[in-house]
Design a protein around this ligand. Structure first.
Ligand SMILES: [Zn+2]
Length: 334
């Protein structure tokens, strides 16, 4: 193919990377029938975008998670345009900004769309996010920051300021089966897991389970986590007849790979509760998940650093769970 040949010369590739043109939807292959992924990622010096998944039913699209940056939102909107379809629903797996920020732009483009999510974002907007915004404003005012960091901080601040547009129209609070965008979906709400309430979704028609940040690479993002709730959610997921796990960050997983992830997660929490060093816990984690996460050497390094930080400064510093976990007993040893 012409474009492919051009890419192999590298000429076209650099054009694509710097171009503001939207990518063709045909560049987004299905991961299952009528089911698509727009992969997130972490660009150097920037905050991550979570993965987005799109469920198609005729000209109606349901978007699971909406990313953080405008560049990610553009890809979702370009996909819808190419398909001559409208986004009728968004399901947010949790309130972290790398999964909900695109809600604001999508609402402008598709005013009739409905956002489904847990109510945990309400407390986050007056707690975690409000606190973060306050220290960000201080940083912008007093510190000499490089332009990329400044831009990242400003992007998140603008998102938090528009917080009402992030909130769900339909609050999900318990496990239920719902018809959303014409697809019958099994909705699960995991309390006190990666956040105070995480939503994960099983689509029996495609065999895909969308688990949000209950599965992430290169490290579990434990900033607002409760260990036990997270572990039980992974166990519950494993009991479903899925073929593919669609994670919040990183590549799709098979059943077997998900099992490896789940075991590595349990071992990481046990290690965190032991007398081993944080660096040793992080190394075991990276060794166990590097293959299933398709992690590059750079991602392994990042995973080692992040996981060590989470063990030392997030879990151990607050009695075994993050300081934002409402459950005050440390996770049980597995
Ligand atoms: Zn995330």
């Amino acid at each position: 193919m012409f474009v492919k040949a051009q890419i192999s010369t590298g000429v076209f590739l650099s054009f694509l990377l710097t171009s503001t043109h939207r990518p063709a939807a045909s560049a987004v292959p299905p991961i299952a029938p009528h089911t698509y992924e727009i992969a997130g990622g972490i660009a150097p010096g920037r905050q991550p975008d979570g993965n987005t998944y799109i469920l198609e039913n005729g000209n109606r699209l349901t978007v699971i998670d909406t990313g953080r940056h405008a560049s990610h939102l553009n890809k979702i909107e370009a996909f819808a345009e190419e398909k001559h379809a409208s986004v009728v629903a968004v399901i947010n797996s949790h309130w972290h900004l790398d999964h909900v920020s695109g809600n604001i732009g999508l609402r402008k483009t598709y005013p009739a769309m409905k956002v489904y999510g847990s109510g945990a974002i309400n407390e986050a907007l007056t707690g975690f996010l409000a606190k973060g915004a306050e220290s960000s404003r201080k940083m912008l005012a007093t510190e000499k920051l490089d332009p990329v960091t400044r831009e990242e901080i400003s992007t998140d601040l603008a998102t938090i300021d528009a917080g009402d547009a992030l909130k769900p129209d339909v609050v999900l609070s318990h496990d239920e089966t719902l018809a959303i965008g014409g697809r019958k979906l099994q909705i699960y709400v995991a309390k006190d897991a990666a956040t105070a309430a995480d939503v994960w979704v099983f689509d029996p028609s495609s065999g895909v389970v969308f688990v949000g940040d209950l599965v992430t690479f290169p490290s579990p993002f434990l900033d607002t986590a409760c260990g036990d709730g997270w572990k039980s959610a992974l166990t519950k997921i494993e009991g479903l007849p899925f073929r593919t796990v669609a994670p919040g960050h990183g590549p799709l997983l098979s059943r077997e790979q998900f099992h490896t992830y789940s075991q590595a997660f349990n071992e990481l929490l046990s290690c965190s509760a032991s007398s081993q060093t944080a660096a040793a816990c992080a190394k075991t984690w990276v060794d166990q998940v590097a293959d299933i996460g398709g992690m590059t050497e750079q991602e392994k390094k990042l995973g080692q650093g992040m996981t060590g930080y989470y063990v030392k400064d997030v879990l151990r510093a607050h009695g075994g769970n993050s300081e934002y976990c409402a459950v005050k007993t440390p996770p049980s040893r597995s």
